[in-house]
Write a protein that binds this ligand. Sequence first.
Ligand SMILES: Cc1cc2nc3c(=O)[nH]c(=O)nc-3n(C[C@H](O)[C@H](O)[C@H](O)COP(=O)(O)O)c2cc1C
Length: 624
Amino acid sequence: MEKKLVGVIFCMLLITAAIVPVTGNLDLGSTDEGRNPGDTTRDWITLPEPLPVDMLLERSISRRMSFHNGYPATPVTDEELSTVLWAAYGTTTTGARTVYCPNGTYSTTMYVIRSDATYIYVPTNHSLLLWKTGNYLDLGQNTGAPIKFGLVWNMSIAPDEKAGMAEIGMIAQNVYFDANALDLATITTGMSVNDLYELDLPANEKPEIIMHLGHPPTPYDFTYNPLPESNLPTVVNNTLTLADVVNTRQIVNEWNTTELTLLEESQILWCSYGTSYLYDNINHKRHRTLPSAIDIYPFKIYAANQSGVYKYTPATHSISLIVSGDKRELIENAVGHDNISVSSSPWIIVPFWDKNVGSQTYLAWWWYESGAIVHNVLLEAAALNLGGNVLSVITDQNGLRSALGLSGQTNLVAMHLAMVGHANGSAQNNPPLAPSISGPSTGLAGVQYNFTMVTTDPDGDHVYYWVDWDDGTNSGWVGPFPSGVVVSFNHTWSQPGTYTIKVKAKDTYGAESIWTPFEITIAGPGLDIEITGGLGITVTINNTGTIDATNISWEIVFEGGFVIPAQKTGTIPIIPMGEQSKIQMVVLGLGKKTITVSVTANDGIAAEKTASGFLVLFFVIGVK
Ligand SMILES: Cc1cc2nc3c(=O)[nH]c(=O)nc-3n(C[C@H](O)[C@H](O)[C@H](O)COP(=O)(O)O)c2cc1C
């Protein structure tokens, strides 16, 4: 009996060992390098293919709602988890990301907390990387959800918290949309996020949001009950799903003169901040197209086209004219638009945070909400087969308010601006950002050094790298690699000197970044050879380098007929830095000879010199 019990316990231990790959914490370092999918030293779970989700985008948006508690213990399957994670932050079929970060930084780390362990979602190979074993599901609000997502801002990747938070708002939208399409439940929670520090987050990561994923305590129960037609048409479904729109999204910098139809304008406004066409019979309300912290909804949505500026009222799905006339040029002047032609967009959406409604205390949550608004606009633009773009730099808030006829309303602050319309020509492709490079700044000649390079592409395209080593050699184009993945290169310099390495990147469409320079000083012996004649020949080896030359082997070869000896070799133990060593050799022969001297030192530093001289018996005359 006892033996049987021991056997059972032993078997259980074996099974546990098979399920839990590693015990204890893994130190992944404080940067993204530890999340490189090429890393085979850590434990990975490859996620199954995401499930096909056939719910139309507008229906998923209309079913978006939060479940605050009471999640049953029913597990979420790996397929469901894979589907939600891909929608949240995965890589699209074009190599872009499922959310569009205006400055291309993609600074969110998604911790996936399960009962067995906590993992990091790695989009580049759609897998989970083990972060910490143990059950941390008690972190954050107690909903009972079997999975939680710790959405964490990596401040080394995007130093601006607004950018990080807006991106999290975008990610969360896609979690809501696919969760409800799979009949799963979710919620964004901002309270108790500091609990996530218990996961031993790296110092450069700040917890922002916890999302919960599980099954609804009671099934979704909606009645179709759209808002009646106002001065805007009622909301309709298009024909694309969330996966369709993220895979086909067009980010454009310029729009043609085609105006949008009223239905298109209406759909975009609805998506940005409207109310569902479904009535929720459990909570007795219509949900909005995005969640809002403490149910406050402090944003006011304004929109401009060629004929004027309008305010959107979500409760009635209607617009009212604020000021007539084309104000798009003035709007463009008030924002940091780089190469984006804001004024050519036929429908500019400006969400304003109203400081009088949403307290400054929760500023980070309003950044989230602004990100969610512009994300929805980009999704619906894609569903309408329109091209969109988003700006996150508003340089002149007063100028923007005055352009929109809102000068007195200093309580309104814009965090983003979204543009929609028909793309002018083909969609604009942005080049990758200038790559960053890290590696040693000093080294020795003849020794191989490792350098890592990384860039991100604003469109999420895959990238190639080209490294110029400044010694007459280069890597050529190497790649493609997924945007944001750290790539490593090795190089050996054979001569001492200061070299400016340069790296640039290009995306799969051929758009190139600017160069990033990086300086390295290589120390080494410098082997300078002089050949002089006289009685025999004298070879002088000067060490012009920055360290002593050691273990020097030399060879002198005479060519061109009869010479004795025709060749001579030898070694010199050391030529100190700045000093020289002479080799003298008496030879016997007649006529024009070629003299080749080859020298190597310090296990690999080489030099060679060839001269020709006239040999008369033992004398070498006129060497040159
Ligand atoms: C940034 C943010 C933080 C939130 N924090 C919490 C929270 O800590 N706890 C909670 O129960 N709900 C939280 N919510 C959910 C909102 O209360 C919820 O979205 C809102 O009441 C609207 O309900 P609905 O999403 O069901 O339409 C948060 C929502 C957002 C956007």
